[in-house]
Write a protein that binds this ligand. Structure first.
Ligand code: G3P
Length: 225
């Protein structure tokens, strides 16, 4: 079954979503953390609150180091594991330094998500370096004319037993295409995730049902009060 993550660092959004549906965790990146409300004083404290919530309610937390050079990525990763929690997935963009860090951390038994993947080759390298999960960035790929659905399909075809997490969505159509292409997991920003509940089509459809009933029975509910 498809796994669903929230792409946010806002604890209120996480609580709200968990009160409605069953989720599999939360992913963040430095931009998300920089833009978060930061109501606990620092991004690390915010992440600790999220980690604790997920421990209680079930779900993984994927956090990306801010550093981009090998040694610094490792230092950020160990800091995250020490300060936030030992079960965090370390999310690392697949650059040259990133691949080396993925390789090292995976060899140490740390759970790694290879992020910012745009091509089959990048994903293949990350899986071969030991990443648990490869994350294909759909909208960012599409903006550069890359067929992300094809990348997802090719990676799933070559690595059927490994986890493919599709990320970076701007439209619900992209979400559907990523799932159809074979993604195991999706991470979606809360606003986009719930967007289709309040489209004009939904408003018109519900209003149409109410109108039929009201015309026949002069009442706005089934009890006809
Ligand atoms: O989790 C991945 C994601 O945060 C990247 O998305 O929206 O910055 O393209 P975006």
């Amino acid at each position: 079954m498809l796994h669903l993550f929230l792409d946010t660092a806002d604890i209120d959004e996480i609580r709200d979503a968990y009160s409605l549906i069953r989720l599999d965790g939360v992913t963040t990146n430095p931009s998300i953390l920089a833009g978060a409300k930061n109501k606990y004083g620092s991004p690390v404290l915010e992440l600790k609150v999220i980690y604790k919530f997920l421990e209680e309610h079930g779900g993984q937390l994927h956090i990306q180091p801010v550093a981009s050079l090998y040694d610094e990525i490792l230092k950020d990763a160990y800091y995250i594991l020490e300060e936030v929690g030992e079960n965090v997935w370390i999310k690392i963009p697949v650059t040259e330094d990133g691949l080396a860090a993925i390789s090292r951390l995976s060899a140490e038994g740390i759970k790694v998500t290879a992020a910012s993947v745009f091509t089959f080759t990048q994903g293949m390298l990350a899986y071969k370096a030991g990443a648990d999960t490869v994350s294909v960035y759909c909208n960012r790929a599409e903006e550069k004319g890359i067929e992300y659905a094809h990348v997802i399909e090719s990676l799933k075809n070559a690595f059927p037993d490994r986890v493919l997490l599709a990320a970076s969505f701007r439209t619900t159509d992209q979400i559907e295409r990523a799932s159809f292409a074979g993604a195991d997991s999706l991470t979606i920003k809360p606003k986009l995730l719930f967007q289709d509940l309040k489209t004009d089509l939904m408003r018109d459809t519900v209003a149409n049902f109410q109108f039929s009933w009201e015309s026949a029975f002069k009442s706005r509910n089934l009890r006809r009060e």
